[in-house]
Design a protein around this ligand. Structure first.
Ligand SMILES: [Zn+2]
Length: 382
Protein backbone atom coordinates (compact mmCIF):
# COMPACT_ATOMS: atom_id res chain seq x y z
CA UNK A 1 0.00 0.00 0.00
CA UNK A 2 1.10 3.53 -0.62
CA UNK A 3 2.25 5.37 2.46
CA UNK A 4 0.73 8.48 3.97
CA UNK A 5 3.87 10.36 4.97
CA UNK A 6 3.26 13.28 7.34
CA UNK A 7 6.88 13.78 8.43
CA UNK A 8 7.15 17.20 6.79
CA UNK A 9 3.99 18.65 8.41
CA UNK A 10 4.60 21.15 11.23
CA UNK A 11 2.48 20.58 14.33
CA UNK A 12 0.26 22.89 16.32
CA UNK A 13 0.44 21.29 19.75
CA UNK A 14 -3.01 22.27 21.05
CA UNK A 15 -2.39 21.21 24.63
CA UNK A 16 0.89 21.09 26.51
CA UNK A 17 2.65 22.52 29.53
CA UNK A 18 5.83 24.43 30.26
CA UNK A 19 9.34 23.04 30.48
CA UNK A 20 11.22 23.24 33.77
CA UNK A 21 14.18 25.61 34.09
CA UNK A 22 15.94 23.11 36.30
CA UNK A 23 16.23 19.58 34.94
CA UNK A 24 18.92 18.10 37.13
CA UNK A 25 18.37 14.38 37.24
CA UNK A 26 21.04 13.02 39.55
CA UNK A 27 19.85 9.43 39.33
CA UNK A 28 17.84 7.15 37.10
CA UNK A 29 14.83 7.11 39.43
CA UNK A 30 14.43 10.89 39.33
CA UNK A 31 14.58 10.90 35.52
CA UNK A 32 12.16 8.00 35.20
CA UNK A 33 9.83 9.99 37.45
CA UNK A 34 9.27 12.40 34.54
CA UNK A 35 7.62 9.56 32.62
CA UNK A 36 4.90 8.39 34.96
CA UNK A 37 1.68 9.91 36.30
CA UNK A 38 2.17 7.96 39.52
CA UNK A 39 3.62 9.53 42.63
CA UNK A 40 4.19 6.18 44.36
CA UNK A 41 7.99 6.03 44.86
CA UNK A 42 8.20 2.36 43.91
CA UNK A 43 6.82 3.08 40.44
CA UNK A 44 9.76 5.18 39.22
CA UNK A 45 12.23 2.93 41.05
CA UNK A 46 10.99 -0.49 39.97
CA UNK A 47 8.41 -0.35 37.22
CA UNK A 48 8.48 2.67 34.89
CA UNK A 49 11.48 1.39 32.98
CA UNK A 50 9.49 -1.65 31.86
CA UNK A 51 6.65 0.27 30.19
CA UNK A 52 6.29 0.20 26.42
CA UNK A 53 6.39 4.01 26.42
CA UNK A 54 9.71 4.14 28.25
CA UNK A 55 11.34 1.47 26.09
CA UNK A 56 10.31 3.42 22.99
CA UNK A 57 11.62 6.65 24.52
CA UNK A 58 15.01 5.09 25.25
CA UNK A 59 15.34 3.76 21.69
CA UNK A 60 14.16 7.00 20.06
CA UNK A 61 16.37 9.14 22.29
CA UNK A 62 19.39 6.86 21.76
CA UNK A 63 19.14 7.35 18.01
CA UNK A 64 18.91 11.13 18.56
CA UNK A 65 22.12 11.08 20.65
CA UNK A 66 23.81 8.36 18.61
CA UNK A 67 24.40 6.23 21.72
CA UNK A 68 23.56 2.71 22.88
CA UNK A 69 19.83 2.11 23.42
CA UNK A 70 20.03 1.61 27.16
CA UNK A 71 18.92 4.05 29.79
CA UNK A 72 22.32 4.60 31.46
CA UNK A 73 23.89 5.56 28.12
CA UNK A 74 20.96 7.81 27.26
CA UNK A 75 20.98 9.60 30.61
CA UNK A 76 24.78 10.05 30.40
CA UNK A 77 24.41 11.56 26.92
CA UNK A 78 21.57 13.81 28.13
CA UNK A 79 23.66 15.15 31.03
CA UNK A 80 26.24 16.51 28.55
CA UNK A 81 23.60 18.93 27.29
CA UNK A 82 22.57 22.18 28.86
CA UNK A 83 18.83 21.55 29.48
CA UNK A 84 17.79 24.83 27.84
CA UNK A 85 19.81 24.07 24.71
CA UNK A 86 18.45 20.53 24.62
CA UNK A 87 14.92 21.96 24.84
CA UNK A 88 15.56 24.19 21.81
CA UNK A 89 17.17 21.39 19.84
CA UNK A 90 14.30 18.97 20.50
CA UNK A 91 11.54 21.51 19.78
CA UNK A 92 13.17 22.53 16.49
CA UNK A 93 13.71 18.93 15.52
CA UNK A 94 10.01 18.30 16.33
CA UNK A 95 9.11 21.00 13.77
CA UNK A 96 6.66 22.68 16.13
CA UNK A 97 4.74 25.56 14.62
CA UNK A 98 2.81 26.61 17.75
CA UNK A 99 2.58 25.45 21.37
CA UNK A 100 -0.67 26.12 23.25
CA UNK A 101 0.43 26.13 26.87
CA UNK A 102 -1.57 25.52 30.03
CA UNK A 103 0.13 28.20 32.12
CA UNK A 104 -1.42 27.01 35.40
CA UNK A 105 0.78 23.97 35.84
CA UNK A 106 3.72 23.75 36.53
CA UNK A 107 3.80 27.14 38.32
CA UNK A 108 5.14 29.94 36.05
CA UNK A 109 8.19 30.56 38.27
CA UNK A 110 9.42 26.99 37.67
CA UNK A 111 9.23 26.95 33.86
CA UNK A 112 10.99 28.69 30.96
CA UNK A 113 9.10 31.90 30.07
CA UNK A 114 6.88 31.54 27.00
CA UNK A 115 8.88 34.05 24.97
CA UNK A 116 12.11 32.17 25.68
CA UNK A 117 10.49 28.88 24.75
CA UNK A 118 9.33 30.43 21.47
CA UNK A 119 12.86 31.69 20.70
CA UNK A 120 14.46 28.36 21.60
CA UNK A 121 12.02 26.30 19.55
CA UNK A 122 11.67 28.78 16.65
CA UNK A 123 7.94 28.48 17.20
CA UNK A 124 5.00 30.46 18.48
CA UNK A 125 3.63 30.07 21.99
CA UNK A 126 0.09 30.92 23.11
CA UNK A 127 -1.20 30.75 26.69
CA UNK A 128 -4.35 29.08 27.98
CA UNK A 129 -5.96 29.99 31.28
CA UNK A 130 -6.41 27.26 33.86
CA UNK A 131 -9.71 28.10 35.53
CA UNK A 132 -9.26 26.37 38.89
CA UNK A 133 -6.00 28.25 39.60
CA UNK A 134 -7.75 31.56 38.93
CA UNK A 135 -10.75 30.53 41.06
CA UNK A 136 -8.54 29.67 44.03
CA UNK A 137 -6.84 33.07 43.76
CA UNK A 138 -10.17 34.92 43.61
CA UNK A 139 -11.51 32.91 46.55
CA UNK A 140 -8.53 34.15 48.57
CA UNK A 141 -9.06 37.77 47.48
CA UNK A 142 -12.84 38.05 47.98
CA UNK A 143 -15.20 37.16 50.80
CA UNK A 144 -18.70 36.36 49.67
CA UNK A 145 -19.79 33.97 46.93
CA UNK A 146 -21.43 36.85 45.07
CA UNK A 147 -18.17 38.82 45.10
CA UNK A 148 -16.15 35.82 43.89
CA UNK A 149 -18.61 35.19 41.05
CA UNK A 150 -18.53 38.85 40.01
CA UNK A 151 -14.74 38.96 40.13
CA UNK A 152 -14.54 35.78 38.04
CA UNK A 153 -16.92 37.10 35.40
CA UNK A 154 -14.92 40.35 35.30
CA UNK A 155 -11.59 38.52 34.98
CA UNK A 156 -13.01 36.51 32.08
CA UNK A 157 -14.91 39.36 30.42
CA UNK A 158 -12.65 39.40 27.35
CA UNK A 159 -10.51 36.26 27.31
CA UNK A 160 -8.83 36.92 23.94
CA UNK A 161 -8.06 40.57 24.73
CA UNK A 162 -6.27 39.32 27.84
CA UNK A 163 -4.07 37.24 25.60
CA UNK A 164 -5.52 33.76 26.10
CA UNK A 165 -6.59 31.48 23.25
CA UNK A 166 -8.60 29.09 25.43
CA UNK A 167 -9.74 28.18 28.93
CA UNK A 168 -8.90 24.91 30.60
CA UNK A 169 -10.67 23.06 33.42
CA UNK A 170 -9.41 20.24 35.60
CA UNK A 171 -12.79 19.61 37.23
CA UNK A 172 -12.34 15.94 36.31
CA UNK A 173 -9.43 15.78 38.78
CA UNK A 174 -11.27 17.54 41.54
CA UNK A 175 -14.97 16.71 41.59
CA UNK A 176 -15.71 14.95 38.31
CA UNK A 177 -17.23 15.91 34.98
CA UNK A 178 -20.87 15.69 36.04
CA UNK A 179 -21.01 19.49 36.39
CA UNK A 180 -24.48 20.50 37.56
CA UNK A 181 -26.60 23.33 38.95
CA UNK A 182 -26.77 23.85 42.71
CA UNK A 183 -29.03 26.05 44.81
CA UNK A 184 -27.53 29.19 46.32
CA UNK A 185 -27.85 27.56 49.75
CA UNK A 186 -25.84 24.53 48.65
CA UNK A 187 -23.15 26.69 47.03
CA UNK A 188 -22.92 28.88 50.17
CA UNK A 189 -22.54 25.82 52.40
CA UNK A 190 -19.84 24.51 50.07
CA UNK A 191 -17.99 27.85 50.27
CA UNK A 192 -18.08 27.66 54.09
CA UNK A 193 -16.63 24.15 53.92
CA UNK A 194 -13.92 25.38 51.53
CA UNK A 195 -13.04 28.20 53.98
CA UNK A 196 -12.76 25.73 56.86
CA UNK A 197 -10.54 23.36 54.85
CA UNK A 198 -8.38 26.26 53.66
CA UNK A 199 -7.65 27.32 57.23
CA UNK A 200 -6.20 23.90 57.89
CA UNK A 201 -3.89 23.75 54.88
CA UNK A 202 -3.30 24.86 51.33
CA UNK A 203 -6.46 26.02 49.58
CA UNK A 204 -7.53 23.37 47.11
CA UNK A 205 -10.85 23.77 45.37
CA UNK A 206 -12.38 20.29 45.43
CA UNK A 207 -15.79 21.26 46.80
CA UNK A 208 -18.30 20.25 44.19
CA UNK A 209 -21.21 22.66 44.65
CA UNK A 210 -18.76 25.58 44.84
CA UNK A 211 -16.60 24.48 41.89
CA UNK A 212 -19.63 23.67 39.69
CA UNK A 213 -21.21 27.05 40.50
CA UNK A 214 -18.03 28.93 39.57
CA UNK A 215 -17.58 26.79 36.44
CA UNK A 216 -21.00 27.88 35.22
CA UNK A 217 -19.87 31.52 35.51
CA UNK A 218 -16.81 30.70 33.37
CA UNK A 219 -18.71 28.59 30.85
CA UNK A 220 -21.28 31.36 30.34
CA UNK A 221 -18.44 33.77 29.54
CA UNK A 222 -16.77 31.26 27.20
CA UNK A 223 -20.08 30.68 25.40
CA UNK A 224 -20.74 34.41 25.04
CA UNK A 225 -17.26 34.98 23.56
CA UNK A 226 -17.14 31.66 21.68
CA UNK A 227 -13.81 30.85 23.33
CA UNK A 228 -12.82 27.16 23.41
CA UNK A 229 -12.78 25.38 26.77
CA UNK A 230 -10.49 22.39 27.21
CA UNK A 231 -11.57 19.77 29.73
CA UNK A 232 -9.16 17.27 31.17
CA UNK A 233 -10.87 13.92 30.45
CA UNK A 234 -9.83 10.40 31.40
CA UNK A 235 -6.27 9.31 32.23
CA UNK A 236 -4.46 11.53 34.69
CA UNK A 237 -2.42 11.37 37.84
CA UNK A 238 -3.43 9.48 40.97
CA UNK A 239 -5.74 12.37 41.96
CA UNK A 240 -8.13 11.35 39.21
CA UNK A 241 -11.04 9.09 39.91
CA UNK A 242 -11.33 7.67 36.42
CA UNK A 243 -14.94 6.69 37.08
CA UNK A 244 -15.83 10.41 37.21
CA UNK A 245 -13.64 11.26 34.23
CA UNK A 246 -15.90 9.72 31.61
CA UNK A 247 -16.80 12.37 28.99
CA UNK A 248 -20.41 11.15 28.86
CA UNK A 249 -20.82 12.82 32.27
CA UNK A 250 -20.52 16.21 30.53
CA UNK A 251 -23.96 15.71 29.00
CA UNK A 252 -25.68 18.32 31.19
CA UNK A 253 -23.18 20.95 29.99
CA UNK A 254 -23.29 19.83 26.36
CA UNK A 255 -27.10 19.83 26.29
CA UNK A 256 -27.49 23.45 27.35
CA UNK A 257 -28.62 25.54 24.38
CA UNK A 258 -27.00 28.67 25.86
CA UNK A 259 -23.56 26.95 25.88
CA UNK A 260 -23.65 25.92 22.25
CA UNK A 261 -21.40 28.81 21.22
CA UNK A 262 -18.59 27.37 23.35
CA UNK A 263 -16.29 24.91 21.60
CA UNK A 264 -15.51 22.07 24.02
CA UNK A 265 -12.20 20.24 23.60
CA UNK A 266 -12.06 16.81 25.25
CA UNK A 267 -8.40 16.26 26.14
CA UNK A 268 -6.16 13.18 26.05
CA UNK A 269 -8.47 11.32 23.60
CA UNK A 270 -10.51 10.77 26.81
CA UNK A 271 -8.33 7.68 27.26
CA UNK A 272 -9.57 5.02 27.83
CA UNK A 273 -12.95 6.50 26.83
CA UNK A 274 -11.91 7.36 23.26
CA UNK A 275 -15.01 5.91 21.61
CA UNK A 276 -17.23 7.84 24.01
CA UNK A 277 -15.32 11.06 23.24
CA UNK A 278 -15.43 10.37 19.50
CA UNK A 279 -19.15 9.79 19.73
CA UNK A 280 -19.66 13.15 21.46
CA UNK A 281 -17.60 14.85 18.74
CA UNK A 282 -19.83 13.15 16.19
CA UNK A 283 -23.15 14.30 17.68
CA UNK A 284 -22.44 17.75 19.15
CA UNK A 285 -21.39 20.42 16.68
CA UNK A 286 -19.26 22.22 19.28
CA UNK A 287 -17.34 19.19 20.64
CA UNK A 288 -13.75 18.46 19.55
CA UNK A 289 -11.49 15.55 20.44
CA UNK A 290 -7.83 16.06 21.28
CA UNK A 291 -5.44 13.27 20.28
CA UNK A 292 -2.48 13.35 22.63
CA UNK A 293 0.58 11.27 21.70
CA UNK A 294 2.83 12.15 24.67
CA UNK A 295 0.62 11.68 27.71
CA UNK A 296 -1.10 9.25 28.31
CA UNK A 297 2.16 7.32 28.31
CA UNK A 298 1.20 4.50 25.99
CA UNK A 299 2.66 1.82 23.77
CA UNK A 300 2.58 2.29 20.00
CA UNK A 301 -0.22 -0.21 19.47
CA UNK A 302 -2.46 1.58 21.93
CA UNK A 303 -1.78 4.94 20.22
CA UNK A 304 -2.69 3.34 16.91
CA UNK A 305 -5.82 1.91 18.48
CA UNK A 306 -7.13 5.23 19.85
CA UNK A 307 -6.34 6.98 16.57
CA UNK A 308 -8.17 4.26 14.66
CA UNK A 309 -11.15 4.60 17.04
CA UNK A 310 -11.25 8.38 16.74
CA UNK A 311 -10.99 8.34 12.93
CA UNK A 312 -13.65 5.65 12.85
CA UNK A 313 -16.38 7.71 14.50
CA UNK A 314 -15.52 11.41 14.73
CA UNK A 315 -15.38 13.81 11.79
CA UNK A 316 -11.73 14.47 10.90
CA UNK A 317 -12.46 18.21 11.20
CA UNK A 318 -13.01 17.66 14.96
CA UNK A 319 -9.65 16.02 15.75
CA UNK A 320 -6.69 17.97 17.12
CA UNK A 321 -3.07 16.93 17.71
CA UNK A 322 -1.31 17.47 21.06
CA UNK A 323 1.53 16.14 23.19
CA UNK A 324 0.41 17.12 26.71
CA UNK A 325 4.18 17.32 27.24
CA UNK A 326 5.18 18.67 30.63
CA UNK A 327 8.38 19.42 32.51
CA UNK A 328 10.94 17.88 30.16
CA UNK A 329 11.14 18.47 26.37
CA UNK A 330 11.37 14.75 25.55
CA UNK A 331 7.58 14.33 25.65
CA UNK A 332 6.78 17.30 23.35
CA UNK A 333 9.46 16.02 20.95
CA UNK A 334 8.72 12.29 20.85
CA UNK A 335 4.98 12.95 20.63
CA UNK A 336 5.46 14.83 17.36
CA UNK A 337 7.41 11.92 15.86
CA UNK A 338 4.92 9.31 17.08
CA UNK A 339 1.84 11.43 16.31
CA UNK A 340 2.80 11.95 12.66
CA UNK A 341 3.70 8.28 12.27
CA UNK A 342 0.64 6.81 13.99
CA UNK A 343 -1.76 9.21 12.29
CA UNK A 344 -0.23 8.45 8.88
CA UNK A 345 -0.61 4.71 9.48
CA UNK A 346 -4.17 5.01 10.77
CA UNK A 347 -5.12 7.14 7.74
CA UNK A 348 -3.59 4.50 5.47
CA UNK A 349 -6.21 2.16 6.84
CA UNK A 350 -8.95 4.49 5.60
CA UNK A 351 -7.24 4.51 2.20
CA UNK A 352 -7.11 0.70 2.19
CA UNK A 353 -10.85 0.56 2.90
CA UNK A 354 -11.52 2.93 0.01
CA UNK A 355 -12.76 5.67 2.35
CA UNK A 356 -10.08 8.19 1.43
CA UNK A 357 -7.75 8.74 -1.49
CA UNK A 358 -4.05 9.25 -0.73
CA UNK A 359 -4.27 13.03 -1.32
CA UNK A 360 -7.36 13.18 0.91
CA UNK A 361 -5.54 11.23 3.61
CA UNK A 362 -2.57 13.61 3.42
CA UNK A 363 -4.90 16.60 3.68
CA UNK A 364 -6.65 14.94 6.64
CA UNK A 365 -3.29 14.43 8.37
CA UNK A 366 -2.43 18.09 7.92
CA UNK A 367 -5.85 19.11 9.31
CA UNK A 368 -5.38 17.05 12.46
CA UNK A 369 -1.76 18.08 12.99
CA UNK A 370 -2.32 21.82 12.51
CA UNK A 371 -5.19 23.12 10.35
CA UNK A 372 -8.09 22.30 12.66
CA UNK A 373 -6.35 23.93 15.64
CA UNK A 374 -5.50 27.09 13.68
CA UNK A 375 -9.19 27.50 12.84
CA UNK A 376 -10.58 26.51 16.23
CA UNK A 377 -8.29 28.74 18.32
CA UNK A 378 -8.25 31.53 15.72
CA UNK A 379 -4.45 31.47 15.60
CA UNK A 380 -3.02 34.09 13.30
CA UNK A 381 -1.04 32.59 10.40
CA UNK A 382 2.68 32.11 11.07
ZN1 LIG B 1 -2.27 18.68 30.38
Amino acid sequence: MEAVDLRHVPVVDNHCHGILRSQDFDDLASWRGAFTESTDPGMARDHVSTTAFYRRLIRTFASFFGCEPDEEAVLTARKKWDPTELTGELLRSANVETLLLDTGHPPPEEVLPMSELADLGSCRTEPMLRLEVMMERLLAEHDSLEEVKEALAAALDDVRARGYVALKSIAAYRTGLAIREWTDEEAQASLREYRRDSEEGRARLAHKPLLDTLLHVALAEAARQEVPVQFHVGYGDADTDLLFGNPLLLRAVLRRPDYRGMPVVLLHECYPYTREGGYLAAVYENVYLDLSYGIPLLGYGEMFSFTHQALGVAPISKLLYSSDGIGVPEIHWMSSIDGRHVLGQALEELVAYGELSIPEAEAAGESVLRGNAIRLYQLSPG
